[in-house]
Design a binder for this molecule. Sequence first.
Ligand code: S3P
Length: 169
Amino acid sequence: MVLTGFMGTGKTYVGRVLAKKLGTTFIDTDTLIEKDAGMSIREIFERFGEARFRSLEREAISRVSDQESSVIAVGGGAIVDPANLEALRRNGIVICLTASPETILSRVERNSDRPLLQVNDKIGKIKELLSVRAPHYAKADMSISTDDKSPDQVAEDIMELLKSGWQRD
Ligand code: S3P
Protein backbone atom coordinates (compact mmCIF):
# COMPACT_ATOMS: atom_id res chain seq x y z
CA MET A 1 0.00 0.00 0.00
CA VAL A 2 1.32 3.40 -0.96
CA LEU A 3 0.68 6.85 0.48
CA THR A 4 1.24 9.80 -1.80
CA GLY A 5 0.13 13.43 -1.67
CA PHE A 6 1.59 16.88 -1.30
CA MET A 7 4.11 17.90 1.35
CA GLY A 8 2.42 18.41 4.70
CA THR A 9 -0.52 16.11 4.05
CA GLY A 10 0.70 13.78 6.80
CA LYS A 11 1.97 10.80 4.79
CA THR A 12 4.72 9.93 7.26
CA TYR A 13 2.60 10.30 10.40
CA VAL A 14 -0.39 8.51 8.92
CA GLY A 15 1.81 5.80 7.39
CA ARG A 16 3.41 5.05 10.72
CA VAL A 17 0.06 4.82 12.52
CA LEU A 18 -1.51 2.76 9.74
CA ALA A 19 1.38 0.28 9.60
CA LYS A 20 1.11 -0.19 13.36
CA LYS A 21 -2.65 -0.78 13.18
CA LEU A 22 -2.15 -3.27 10.34
CA GLY A 23 0.77 -4.96 12.11
CA THR A 24 3.10 -4.37 9.19
CA THR A 25 6.25 -2.43 8.42
CA PHE A 26 6.40 1.21 7.46
CA ILE A 27 8.78 2.45 4.76
CA ASP A 28 9.39 6.13 4.13
CA THR A 29 11.34 6.59 0.90
CA ASP A 30 12.68 10.03 1.94
CA THR A 31 14.19 8.43 5.06
CA LEU A 32 15.70 5.67 2.94
CA ILE A 33 17.23 8.21 0.57
CA GLU A 34 18.70 10.17 3.49
CA LYS A 35 20.15 7.02 5.05
CA ASP A 36 21.72 5.86 1.80
CA ALA A 37 23.14 9.28 0.96
CA GLY A 38 24.29 9.93 4.53
CA MET A 39 22.79 13.42 4.38
CA SER A 40 19.45 15.18 4.62
CA ILE A 41 17.14 15.78 1.65
CA ARG A 42 17.84 19.46 2.07
CA GLU A 43 21.57 18.87 1.79
CA ILE A 44 21.11 16.65 -1.28
CA PHE A 45 19.20 19.48 -2.99
CA GLU A 46 21.78 22.08 -1.92
CA ARG A 47 24.85 20.12 -2.95
CA PHE A 48 23.65 18.16 -5.96
CA GLY A 49 20.37 19.73 -7.09
CA GLU A 50 16.83 18.48 -7.54
CA ALA A 51 17.62 16.27 -10.55
CA ARG A 52 20.03 14.19 -8.43
CA PHE A 53 17.43 13.90 -5.69
CA ARG A 54 14.83 12.70 -8.23
CA SER A 55 17.19 10.01 -9.45
CA LEU A 56 17.87 8.80 -5.88
CA GLU A 57 14.10 8.85 -5.33
CA ARG A 58 13.51 6.74 -8.44
CA GLU A 59 16.10 4.21 -7.25
CA ALA A 60 14.60 4.03 -3.75
CA ILE A 61 11.10 3.52 -5.14
CA SER A 62 12.16 0.78 -7.52
CA ARG A 63 13.92 -0.94 -4.62
CA VAL A 64 10.96 -0.97 -2.22
CA SER A 65 7.99 -1.15 -4.54
CA ASP A 66 7.86 -4.95 -4.43
CA GLN A 67 7.24 -4.91 -0.66
CA GLU A 68 3.57 -5.56 -0.96
CA SER A 69 2.75 -6.06 2.69
CA SER A 70 4.34 -2.78 3.82
CA VAL A 71 2.91 0.70 4.03
CA ILE A 72 5.12 2.87 1.82
CA ALA A 73 5.09 6.67 2.01
CA VAL A 74 6.75 8.55 -0.85
CA GLY A 75 7.79 12.19 -1.16
CA GLY A 76 5.23 14.64 -2.55
CA GLY A 77 6.86 14.89 -5.97
CA ALA A 78 7.45 11.19 -6.55
CA ILE A 79 4.40 10.27 -8.60
CA VAL A 80 4.98 13.08 -11.07
CA ASP A 81 7.44 10.63 -12.66
CA PRO A 82 5.38 8.04 -14.58
CA ALA A 83 7.97 5.31 -13.90
CA ASN A 84 7.50 5.83 -10.16
CA LEU A 85 3.73 5.78 -10.44
CA GLU A 86 3.84 2.59 -12.46
CA ALA A 87 6.12 0.84 -9.93
CA LEU A 88 3.96 2.01 -7.04
CA ARG A 89 0.73 0.92 -8.72
CA ARG A 90 2.20 -2.54 -9.11
CA ASN A 91 2.76 -2.57 -5.33
CA GLY A 92 -0.94 -2.18 -4.60
CA ILE A 93 -3.41 0.53 -3.76
CA VAL A 94 -2.11 4.10 -4.12
CA ILE A 95 -3.80 6.45 -1.67
CA CYS A 96 -3.44 10.20 -2.02
CA LEU A 97 -3.68 12.29 1.15
CA THR A 98 -4.94 15.81 0.54
CA ALA A 99 -5.18 19.06 2.48
CA SER A 100 -6.01 22.67 1.70
CA PRO A 101 -3.12 25.04 0.90
CA GLU A 102 -3.73 26.79 4.25
CA THR A 103 -3.52 23.52 6.20
CA ILE A 104 -0.39 22.57 4.31
CA LEU A 105 1.19 25.94 5.10
CA SER A 106 0.38 25.63 8.79
CA ARG A 107 2.01 22.19 8.87
CA VAL A 108 5.17 23.04 6.95
CA GLU A 109 5.96 26.64 7.80
CA ARG A 110 7.86 25.99 10.99
CA ASN A 111 10.49 23.73 9.52
CA SER A 112 13.10 24.36 6.89
CA ASP A 113 13.66 20.82 5.67
CA ARG A 114 11.64 21.16 2.47
CA PRO A 115 13.86 22.77 -0.14
CA LEU A 116 11.03 23.48 -2.58
CA LEU A 117 9.27 25.68 -0.01
CA GLN A 118 12.25 27.83 0.97
CA VAL A 119 10.76 30.89 -0.72
CA ASN A 120 9.15 34.07 0.60
CA ASP A 121 5.71 33.44 -0.84
CA LYS A 122 5.13 29.97 0.58
CA ILE A 123 1.36 29.86 0.07
CA GLY A 124 1.83 31.01 -3.55
CA LYS A 125 4.39 28.27 -4.12
CA ILE A 126 2.16 25.65 -2.49
CA LYS A 127 -0.77 26.65 -4.73
CA GLU A 128 1.40 26.68 -7.83
CA LEU A 129 2.88 23.23 -7.16
CA LEU A 130 -0.54 21.85 -6.22
CA SER A 131 -2.01 22.94 -9.52
CA VAL A 132 0.91 21.53 -11.52
CA ARG A 133 0.66 18.24 -9.65
CA ALA A 134 -3.12 17.90 -9.50
CA PRO A 135 -3.36 15.71 -12.63
CA HIS A 136 -0.72 13.38 -11.17
CA TYR A 137 -2.36 13.08 -7.77
CA ALA A 138 -5.63 12.40 -9.58
CA LYS A 139 -4.11 9.14 -10.81
CA ALA A 140 -4.10 7.68 -7.28
CA ASP A 141 -6.70 4.99 -6.62
CA MET A 142 -8.35 7.07 -3.92
CA SER A 143 -7.97 10.39 -2.14
CA ILE A 144 -8.55 11.16 1.51
CA SER A 145 -8.71 14.62 3.05
CA THR A 146 -6.60 15.16 6.14
CA ASP A 147 -7.91 18.66 6.96
CA ASP A 148 -8.85 18.90 10.65
CA LYS A 149 -8.05 15.24 11.25
CA SER A 150 -5.41 13.56 13.39
CA PRO A 151 -3.15 10.92 11.81
CA ASP A 152 -5.09 8.34 13.81
CA GLN A 153 -8.41 9.48 12.30
CA VAL A 154 -6.98 9.41 8.79
CA ALA A 155 -5.59 5.92 9.39
CA GLU A 156 -9.04 4.82 10.61
CA ASP A 157 -10.66 6.32 7.48
CA ILE A 158 -8.24 4.34 5.31
CA MET A 159 -8.93 1.11 7.22
CA GLU A 160 -12.67 1.66 6.72
CA LEU A 161 -12.23 2.18 2.99
CA LEU A 162 -10.06 -0.91 2.72
CA LYS A 163 -12.59 -2.99 4.65
CA SER A 164 -15.23 -2.30 2.05
CA GLY A 165 -13.00 -4.18 -0.40
CA TRP A 166 -10.96 -2.39 -2.95
CA GLN A 167 -10.17 -3.35 -6.50
CA ARG A 168 -8.60 -1.33 -9.27
CA ASP A 169 -10.82 -1.14 -12.35
C1 S3P B 1 9.12 16.91 -2.18
C2 S3P B 1 8.55 16.45 -1.01
C3 S3P B 1 9.35 16.02 0.15
C4 S3P B 1 10.72 15.52 -0.31
C5 S3P B 1 11.39 16.58 -1.13
C6 S3P B 1 10.59 16.94 -2.39
C7 S3P B 1 8.23 17.36 -3.28
O1 S3P B 1 8.69 14.95 0.84
O2 S3P B 1 10.60 14.33 -1.03
O3 S3P B 1 11.60 17.72 -0.33
O4 S3P B 1 8.70 17.48 -4.42
O5 S3P B 1 7.02 17.57 -3.02
P1 S3P B 1 7.34 15.17 1.71
O6 S3P B 1 6.19 15.18 0.76
O7 S3P B 1 7.32 13.97 2.60
O8 S3P B 1 7.50 16.43 2.46
